[in-house]
Design a binder for this molecule. Structure first.
Ligand code: SF4
Length: 401
């Protein structure tokens, strides 16, 4: 949206106070995400009472009336109409030039790393999931469109693209393209000059071992986000996930053999209905044995209209939160160990921005966040960097080339 608006001649501003129009892209994946959207919307009108607000995304789809009730809201745009947001906002009368503040997203701001959506929607039936209900069936963008968009990003100075989608592994099925995501990745590597291509979340059952051969091309970033959701066999089954813990473990093993220094990151839900202490322990042990580079932990959030809401064995909120704390602690230890492995190594870092503390921050291809101190402008530069030490959630590095 930001790119389209900028292309139409509008200015993207840094804060809502400066904007004529604010586009707020909302999430509804958990009750907490909804609460944050509400909190944000109520603060926005106070920050800039003149601004007109467009609420888009999953919360706008789930609760359009509630969204319309916030002060300053001129448009509530459900997911089905999301592609028209730019036209709606631009075609209605407003002061000129139109300035927009984009919140909850970095699209359009950084040309270092851009997100490119390749599909939307999902045909799976995970029992806890409201996303598939709000986003509808899987639909893919034509391959040639994605290739053209990525090359346009490169022409505008971009060095890294991150492919995104609700269920990206199903890419191409609705278009009758055989081979899933693989032909798209191959086309992007063959027909664009992109230096780094990163894949966002992929459901593990959409991959086979042959998929990992794509990483013979070093322009593909060595990071795989494979949502596990539960490390307990029975819980996974009740979640309606199309994989077993054994299959997941074998897939991760094959990926690690094929791709040295790979970062495997994941999502885990704790406190799912029926998760007793033994099931939680089994899940914890599985995560401990798998050793992830980063772990996103969510306490189960019952969502209206999903199958899981009717399952017996509801876990008390305090129990779910205590399990989330334990799991997050394990995730922090694993992330620390992953970073520690790279101390003393030289790696390529794509520098993104100078932080408030004056230090530059960037990423390695395997998703290590690196921070360095220099007077030089490193924005959008790809440098060889010596990794010196782990500090909090990042590594400290020194640019050497
Ligand atoms: S794969 Fe499962 S969790 Fe992911 S969007 Fe589809 S139904 Fe939801």
């Amino acid at each position: 949206m930001a790119r389209q608006l900028a292309a139409a001649g509008h200015a993207i501003v840094d804060s809502p106070e400066q904007a004529d129009v604010c586009v707020v892209n909302t999430c509804a994946v958990t009750a907490e995400a909804e609460r944050k959207a509400r909190h944000y919307l109520s603060g926005l009108a106070r920050a800039n009472p003149q601004a007109r607000i467009a609420v888009v995304g999953c919360y706008a789809t789930l609760s359009p009336r509630q969204c319309a009730g916030f002060p300053g809201v001129s448009w509530v745009v459900p997911n089905a109409d999301k592609e028209w947001v730019v036209e709606m906002v631009v075609s209605s009368p407003s002061p000129s030039p139109l300035s927009l503040s984009l919140e909850h997203g970095e699209g359009g701001r950084t040309r270092t790393r851009a997100f490119v959506k390749v599909q939307d929607g999902c045909d799976n039936r995970c029992t806890y999931c409201i996303t598939r209900l709000l986003r509808g069936p899987a639909r893919s963008r034509p391959l040639a469109d994605v290739v053209a968009e990525v090359q346009a990003l490169v022409d505008a100075g971009g060095r890294e693209a991150v492919l995104t989608g609700v269920n990206m592994g199903s890419y191409g099925r609705d278009l009758g393209l055989p081979g899933g995501l693989r032909p798209l990745v191959e086309a992007l590597l063959a027909h664009t000059d992109l230096e780094r291509l990163r894949l966002s979340s992929l459901e593990p059952w959409d991959l086979d071992e042959g998929f990992f051969r794509l990483w013979e091309n070093s322009r593909l970033c060595r990071q795989l986000h494979l949502p596990l959701q539960a490390g307990c066999y029975e819980t996974l089954h009740r979640m309606g996930r199309r994989i077993t813990t054994g299959e997941f473990a074998r897939l991760v093993e094959a990926a690690r053999v094929a791709i040295p220094d790979l970062a495997v990151t994941t999502d885990v839900i704790v406190g799912f209905p029926g998760e007793d202490e033994a099931a939680f322990r089994a899940g914890y042990d599985f995560v401990a044995a798998t050793e992830f580079a980063r772990l996103h932990v969510f306490p189960y959030s019952p969502r209206p209209g999903t199958a899981a809401i009717r399952l017996p064995g509801r876990v008390a909120r305090q129990v779910g939160e205590a399990r989330a704390r334990q799991m997050r602690e394990l995730g922090a230890q694993q992330a620390f160990r992953f970073r520690q492995r790279f101390v003393g190594r030289e790696m390529a870092v794509l520098w993104e921005q100078r932080q408030r503390d004056g230090l530059w921050a960037g990423l390695t291809d395997n998703y290590l966040r690196i921070v360095t101190s220099t007077a030089n402008d490193l924005h959008n530069r790809l440098t060889t960097t010596w990794l010196l030490a782990v500090q909090n959630d990042h590594l400290v590095g020194e640019v050497i080339g």
